[in-house]
Design a protein around this ligand. Sequence first.
Ligand SMILES: [Zn+2]
Length: 95
Amino acid sequence: MEDKIHSLCEQILAESGDKTIPRIVELRDALHRYVQRLRDKLAHYPVPVERRAAFMQHPINCVVCRQPLTLLTTDACFDDNGKPVHNQCYVKLAA
Ligand SMILES: [Zn+2]
């Protein structure tokens, strides 16, 4: 998403006249700050410690490769039956 925003800003900068450039630079900076704030919020997202501990003791395994899924990464998703799988395992399933 951030790459897409960056790419669009660069395209607009390249196509626009001199008058719009300061506004676009301002927009780009505002978007950058917004994304940074979202990242900061996510880093401190309050997942209760008990739930984290319970997950560590009883990890959820991928139904394809049987390896544990992690909460803190974005490698987890669900198959068509709602079973937990890694993204890369889901791709293999769909292939
Ligand atoms: Zn897997």
